[in-house]
Structure formats: C-alpha cells, structure tokens
Design a binder for this molecule. Structure first.
Ligand code: ADP
Ligand code: MG
Length: 472
C-alpha cells in the first residue's frame, strides 16, 4: 500500500500540521520549538510515516520520548498510519530549512546559505543548531515541574532569578548538592526559561566532562581558536558537575580563562558540583575563589514532605492513580535521593500497567523488594516507638508513661506488638523499653493487637502500613 509519495504531499502536510499542533499543546511551547519544529515530513508508505531531523541526537531523542505519542496521534488522524520512522538528514548549512516546522514544504537540504562561524549568533535558530556546543535539554526539566520545599527553596529561587533576569544578578551561580537532588533539573530549567524569554540569547549547557572532551579535541585538531571563540560568544554558560575537572590542570586553565572572559563581558555563568567551591579537591585555588565569588546555593537532602510532594506531582504527570498509603510508604522508605524515588514510582506504575492491576501497598513492596532491602537498616524499638507515636499523633513520651487512656494505650500496644514482630528482643526486654512494664503486659498487647486486626480492617491496615514502613 502506498498512501502518498514524495510528489503529492498535500494531505500529509496537513496531517502533520494537525498532529504537531496536538502534541504542541501537550508538551508546551518550549519543547515544541526544540523537538518538533525542526522536523520535516518525508513520506508515508506502507503504513509508516518517515520524518527527517537534522541530527542523530534529535532522532534518538524523538525516538525515546515522542515517537509513541506521535504514532498514536497520527493513527487517530489516519488509521492507516501504524509506525513512525525518524531518519537523519543532515543540513549542509547552519541555517534551518525555511518552514521546517509547518509541514516541510521543502526538502531539508534546500537551505543553501554558506556555513557561518559559530561565533555569529543568529536569532531564532532552533536548538538543533546548537547541538554542536550545547548538550540537549530535557523537556521535563522545567521550573514548573520542580517541586519546591525547604531543602531546595533557596537554590530554586536563585535559579529563577538567573532565568528571568535581564541583567546578571550574580556571577556565577554555583549550585551544589549530593547526587539526584535536582541540580541538573534546575540548570535545564534556567536554560528553558532564558530561551523562552529571549530566543536570541545563546544558552550553552554541558557537563564539565563534555567541556573537557571538546577542549581536548580542539587541542588535538589544533582548533583552539575556534573553541575559544565558540565558548566566549555565549550569553549564558552552564557547566554541570564541575568536580569532574578536578585534577585536570589544562582543562581547568582553559575553563578559568573562558570563565573570566565571560564574566568580563557581563555574561551569566551557572556551575554545579557535588561539593561547595572550597571543598572541591584538586581544584586550583584561583578557580575555587572565582567559583565562590557569586552566589553559592546548596540543595539539602530531601525531607519526608518534599518526597511526598514530588511523588504526588510525578503521579499526576504520569496520570495514574496512586493510593495515598503507597505514596506515604515510598516517601518514608526511599530516602536517598529524588532520582531513586522517581525510579521506584516508575517501576511500581509500570508493573501495575503491565499486569493490568491496581497499585497496592503489597504490589509496591513486591516490585521494590530489592530496592527496599538495600535501603534497610535494622529496626530498633526506638524506631518503632517513634514511628508509631508519629502515626497516631501522640507524644513519644507516652510510650513510656503510665497513662491508660485508650488514645495512648492502643498505640503503645501496637508499638509493643511491632517490637515483638520486628526485633529479636524478648518480652521482658520489650517491657523494659516501655517504661519498665511487665512481660505479661507485652504478651497481652500482642494478643490484643492480633485480635483487633482480625475484626477491624482499618486497624489491620494501619498496623500493616507501619510494619511495612519499618521493615519492608
Ligand atoms: P542532580 O543533577 O543533582 O544529580 P537531577 O537534577 O538529575 O539531580 O535530578 C534527578 C531526578 O530527580 C530528575 O529526574 C529530576 O527531575 C528529579 N528531581 C530532583 N529534584 C526534584 C524536585 N524538587 N522536583 C521534581 N523533580 C525533581
Ligand atoms: Mg546532575
């Protein structure tokens, strides 16, 4: 079956315009400009539409992030379309093909303008053009998808200032934190924002590793003049994970000069690292002091509230219903960093969709078995008392007190029960930890909780939740 071919693409172009329009409203303007606008429609045959993009990187990105959605959307435009293929069609010039985004009226190779030196900046040049210098930006890493809480509010506010400022508010902005806490996310968000506000400004984002790689290549190819020109002509330069060039002297040297040249010209610089400037080992003193002369902002480890907020936001983005108990459980148990938390949620969701069942506490625990175990530590009676007191909203001291009111006695019994279940302590030992109670009191508590669990489903679920949180 041949639907259309190179010669008569009227229908195809119209379809593409509609499909691109739909996806545009789903992914937003910035992502649209970056990823969809540069696409040219080549042909449709045998149920497959072929799209062309200027770089391999763009193709890979489209394949990874948008192709499924494009296929679905196109399939509802034209049911014969069952597959989308993306090919690379390099441009000979640095200019984008005119009208590349509105249906590909002309072939991608039509642009004939002579190559320009990269130092000359062209307003409105799509991101693909800058691939040679800037690493790609993740469309998901925007400010509105960044959940703000106590641990990151300062870094977030500083990043926003840089993204929105016409003039440079502080130079450089130095962000640091442990892994997976949002540095890269914030840097991409700055880049998106700057580009959105003024597409003519050149934003270059890349890892320190890439910076070094390019520098070394320039040295090898005796091309350092171009290298310098390229980097010194950007408006906003962002170097991620700068700790990578620790101990790499000539790269540091080059970076130092680039840095100074940009600061002198009043351009913005954003740097990230895993430590504060003064704690960076193997970094030249003068570079350290340069790095710390702007604004230094660190992102602290996440809190329970922030983790919960992030989970809620991610579940919304994934458009899945995740029970509150499951989110609470994850926020309690996956504490290392946001990346791991996100990964855990994705696994749970993917599993549920695969087996076609709802997400439950049980399935969550099953799916994350290995992860939870590696996060495990030995549970102590103190942990149990703390967690149970928190859960029932009573004072920790009530675990030891003589008060017999049901509102404190019941939680205390639950804690004793869990202590028996989750630790290897004997009944008398447990009794001692609960304000010197007798072992028969503990025994009674264990029986009582067992009995209640059988008759009261909500109570049973509470206990189960606590147990899973504590033990996994
Ligand atoms: P880092 O660069 O500090 O190692 P990343 O920026 O790569 O960390 O963040 C890891 C993952 O966690 C990313 O997917 C990012 O989107 C997500 N993330 C981190 N912090 C937040 C936050 N506050 N809100 C939403 N997502 C976050
Ligand atoms: Mg990072």
């Amino acid at each position: 079956m041949m639907m259309t071919s190179g010669g008569s693409e009227g229908g195809l172009d119209a379809q593409w315009t509609r499909v691109a329009g739909l996806l545009r409203s789903e992914i937003g303007e910035t992502a649209y400009q970056s990823w969809l606008k540069p696409i040219t429609v080549r042909e449709a045959r045998n149920g497959s539409v072929t799209l062309a993009v200027p770089t391999r990187f763009m193709r890979d990105w489209l394949m990874a992030h948008y192709v499924d959605r494009l296929r679905d959307l196109w399939g509802s435009e034209d049911p014969r379309v069952q597959a989308i293929d993306v090919v690379v069609q390099p441009e000979r010039s640095t200019r984008p093909p005119a009208g590349g985004g509105n249906g590909g009226q002309r072939p991608a190779l039509a642009g004939k303008a002579a190559a320009r030196p990269a130092a000359i900046r062209e307003p409105g040049v799509p991101d693909a053009e800058r691939d040679t210098l800037s690493a790609p930006l993740d469309p998901r890493f925007t400010f509105d998808r960044f959940v703000v809480g106590k641990p990151n509010e300062f870094a977030y506010a500083a990043a926003q200032r840089v993204g929105e400022a016409g003039a440079v508010p502080f130079n450089p902005l130095f962000l640091y934190s442990g892994v997976g806490l949002g540095k890269t996310h914030l840097m991409h968000a700055i880049a998106w924002k700057v580009r959105e506000r003024d597409p003519s400004r050149t934003v270059v984002y890349l890892s320190a590793e890439k910076f070094m790689y390019r520098f070394v290549r320039a040295l090898r190819e005796q091309n350092t003049v171009d290298f310098k020109d390229q980097f010194r002509s950007v408006d906003v330069l962002m170097i991620d994970d700068v700790q990578f060039i620790s101990g790499k002297e000539s790269t540091q040297e080059e970076f130092f000069h680039t840095f100074n040249a940009l600061v002198d010209q009043g351009r913005s610089i954003v740097i990230s690292a895993d430590k504060s400037p003064s704690d960076l080992q193997g970094m030249e003193e003068r570079l350290k002091s340069r790095l710390s002369c702007g604004l230094v902002a660190d992102i602290h480890p996440t809190t329970y509230e922030l983790r919960l907020g992030i989970l809620q936001s991610k579940a919304e983005q994934l458009q899945v219903e995740v029970p509150r108990k499951v989110m609470e459980f994850l926020a309690h148990r996956i504490t290392a960093n946001v990346r791991e938390l996100e990964g855990a949620l994705n696994r749970v969701v993917a599993h549920a969709q695969l087996v076609g069942r709802d997400i439950t506490l049980e399935s969550t625990q099953e799916v994350l078995h290995d992860l939870l175990r590696s996060n495990d530590r030995r549970v102590t009676i103190e942990d149990i008392q703390k967690r149970v007191a928190q859960h029932f909203n009573i004072r920790l001291s009530d675990m030891h007190s003589a008060r017999r009111a049901r509102s404190v006695a019941r939680p205390r019994q639950v804690a004793m029960y869990l202590a028996k279940q989750l630790t290897t302590r004997s009944l008398p030992e447990i009794g001692r930890k609960f304000g010197g109670r007798d072992h028969t009191t503990v025994m009674h508590a264990v029986r009582k909780v067992d009995e209640l669990r059988e008759h009261d489903a909500t109570f049973a679920e509470d206990v189960e939740l606590l147990r899973r949180m504590l033990e996994g």
